[in-house]
Design a protein around this ligand. Sequence first.
Ligand SMILES: Nc1nc2c(ncn2[C@@H]2O[C@H](COP(=O)(O)OP(=O)(O)O)[C@@H](O)[C@H]2O)c(=O)[nH]1
Ligand SMILES: [Mg+2]
Length: 346
Amino acid sequence: MFDPAPILSGNRRALARLLTRIENAAPEAQAALTALFPHTGRAHVVGVTGAPGTGKSSLVNELAKALRRAGRTVAVVAVDPSSPFTGGAILGDRIRMRDLAGDPGVFIRSMASRGSLGGLARATGDVVKALDAAGFEMILIETVGAGQTEVEIARTAQTTVVVEAPGLGDDVQAIKAGLLEIADVFALNKSDQPGAENALRALRASLDLAQPASRRWMGEAALAHHSLPSGESSQDGAQGPREAAAWIPPIIQTVAIQGQGVAALVGAMDRHREYLRASGELGQRERERLAHELEMRLRDVLLNGLVARLGNGQIAEAVDKILAREIDPVSAARQLAEKAGGVIRP
Ligand SMILES: Nc1nc2c(ncn2[C@@H]2O[C@H](COP(=O)(O)OP(=O)(O)O)[C@@H](O)[C@H]2O)c(=O)[nH]1
Ligand SMILES: [Mg+2]
């Protein structure tokens, strides 16, 4: 039997060991997650995503420091689907370790892909559950915004921060397009760099396409005093009652390497969480997320059960028949399911 007490009382060794088991999909991990599940659902889970080089790691590092200064506990999960390394072998993480080493209120974990990206998304979700049960108040998940895995991982987060930076190429624009719709907060990082003003204008323009100009203007005016001085005029007193009705993703200008704008970014993350709670969206998103997870797990359970009953031989046989165009994939799947238990009827 797995004893959840050490994890719940903040034993870091026990936690680290569990996270390794989760990553390796070790059989004991599931028993642990079952025991810990009732203790989850308290943390504010924030995804930090964006193109490579925009400054996500630097920003996450500064966010962790700012949260610690405010007496809040924080866990960081850095996910890199392209890296075969894990366990903090990434340079950025070693830098982070130096800043935050020895602080029991911080926990940092790097995760890398071992083949299946779906597996990585699932492992990340489980790692977040373990950190949540361990009592970390905020969990920051850093991912490179590129593909399906990131979208899956973003589902885990309650708040998604999309990091942008000036002066990146066309490939970055492409990544951006997919990220605009999942952003709850924008961090326009590297605001010290040439082109920052242009980047701000470009980002606003693409957001205005998605939202009525008047609403957008109101949201930003309300947040203007949190941004870095940028020569932009800020309108005071624009925060009206409509502010509570809809969330407008704010753009927070930051300079991660100087820690500038980081407090404002924490403020925006907190406000988003408060908005989610007040609007009822928090519960709704949680329900959708858990329903999605149940569906995924159900698929796994059913598929594993089916394969166990039929054996790989029958499945390979079906593939041969499909290949020979003797049967189509959907009909073959139905036949196999019926053979395995007869429970599945279209
Ligand atoms: N000038 C400037 N450089 C930054 C800023 N933030 C990060 N960098 C640098 O940009 C590079 C990429 O940062 P990193 O945090 O690793 O980006 P990531 O790939 O998004 O995680 C590093 O050399 C950082 O020092 C910033 O605000 N201004
Ligand atoms: Mg990084």
